[in-house]
Design a protein around this ligand. Structure first.
Ligand code: FE
Ligand code: FE
Ligand code: ZN
Length: 277
C-alpha cells in the first residue's frame, strides 16, 4: 500500500490535519510540533486528539510524522541552545504520547566549528538522556544535505550517532531525497548502490520514513533547496524509481515541496499514478 502525505500546518489541531490529509488524497501527514523557529508549544487538546483518532481510524490515516523545530540544535556550541534542544525534545516526546506509536523527526544539528566528532558526541549524549524504554515514539535522525556545519551529511555520521545511543531501538532514520542528492548520494543514477551503501553502514531496517522532495540545485550542491516533484534536478523518472524501489515502497512518504494544499494534492495524484501496487 502506498503511504503518502505532505507537510501540514498544525495550528488548527490534529483533527483538522486528518481532514486536510483526506481532502487532498493523502493517508498520512507531517506536522511541526511547534513553531518551526522554536518557542512554546500549544497545549494538547485531548478532545481534538480523541476526535482525530476516530477520524484516522475511519479514514485509514496511518503512521504520522512529527517534525522538531529547525532551531533545535543538539550539538550547538552554546550551552543554552543545547538546553533549549533538550527541553524541547523532552516536551515534544511527552506530547507525542497522545498519539502513540508514531514518528518524531529531527535534524541532528550543526556543530558550528566544533567539528563533526564533537557534534556526534553531543547529539548522542542528549539522546541518551532523553530516550526512555517506555516511549512508544520512534525518533528519526534526518539525513542532511551538508549545508554549513550540518551533522548527518553522510550515512557514516548517522550510523555513528546511532551506535553511541544505548536505547537505539528507539531510533530510526528519515531519508530526505533532496538532502541526500545534494549531499552527494546519487539517487538519480545509482539508487541501488546508494541503498546498498545505506544498508551496509546504517542498516535498511533503520529506515522508517522518506521525505520525498525534488532539488532545485544539482548533485552534491549542499544547498538544501526543495523543488516541486519533477521540477528539480532529481526529476520525475527518478521519483518513480524511488517510490517503487522494493526497499522503499512500503515506507511512508512525506512531501516537503514548496506548495500550498492544492499543489500538494496535485503531486500526490501524480505520485499515486506512478506507484505500482
Ligand atoms: Fe527536515
Ligand atoms: Fe526533510
Ligand atoms: Zn530540506
Amino acid at each position: 500500500m502506498f503511504t503518502i502525505g505532505c507537510h501540514l500546518s498544525a495550528s488548527k489541531g490534529f483533527l483538522n490535519m486528518g481532514k486536510e490529509a483526506k481532502q487532498i488524497g493523502a493517508n498520512t501527514f507531517q506536522f511541526f510540533t511547534r513553531n518551526p523557529r522554536g518557542g512554546a508549544a500549544k497545549a494538547i487538546d485531548e478532545n481534538d486528539v480523541k476526535a482525530y483518532h476516530e477520524f484516522a481510524k475511519e479514514n485509514g490515516i496511518n503512521i504520522i510524522l512529527a517534525h522538531a523545530p529547525y532551531t533545535l540544535n543538539a550539538c550547538a556550541a552554546d550551552e543554552r541552545i543545547r538546553e533549549f534542544a533538550f527541553n524541547t525534545m523532552v516536551d515534544d516526546l511527552k506530547r507525542m504520547e497522545y498519539v502513540p506509536g508514531n514518528l518524531y523527526n529531527f535534524h541532528p544539528g550543526s556543530h558550528v566549528q566544533q567539528g563533526a566528532d564533537v557534534g556526534i558526541k553531543l547529539i548522542s549524549e542528549m539522546l541518551n538522556k532523553i530516550l526512555t524504554k517506555e516511549q512508544t515514539t520512534t525518533v528519526l535522525l534526518e539525513t542532511m544535505s551538508g549545508k554549513g556545519s550540518e551533522v548527518g551529511r553522510s550515512f557514516n555520521e548517522i550510523a555513528e550517532i546511532i551506535s553511541k545511543v544505548e536505547l537505539n531501538e528507539k531510533l530510526g532514520v528519515c531519508l530526505d531525497t533532496c538532502h541526500v542528492f545534494d549531499g552527494g548520494y546519487d539517487v538519480v543514477n545509482n539508487l541501488d548502490s546508494v541503498l546498498e551503501e545505506f544498508d551496509k553502514i546504517v542498516g535498511l531496517q533503520r529506515l522508517k520514513a522518506i521525505h520525498i522532495n525534488d532539488s532545485m540545485h544539482g548533485f552534491e550542491s549542499h544547498k538544501d533547496r526543495h523543488a516541486k516533484i519533477g521540477e528539480g534536478k532529481i526529476g520525475i523518472d527518478a521519483m518513480e524509481r524511488i517510490i517503487n524501489h522494493p526497499s522503499l515502497k512500503n515506507l511512508p512518504f512525506y512531501l516537503e515541496t514548496p506548495n500550498e494544499l492544492d499543489g500538494y494534492q496535485k503531486e500526490i495524484e501524480i505520485l499515486k499514478g506512478l506507484y505500482k501496487n
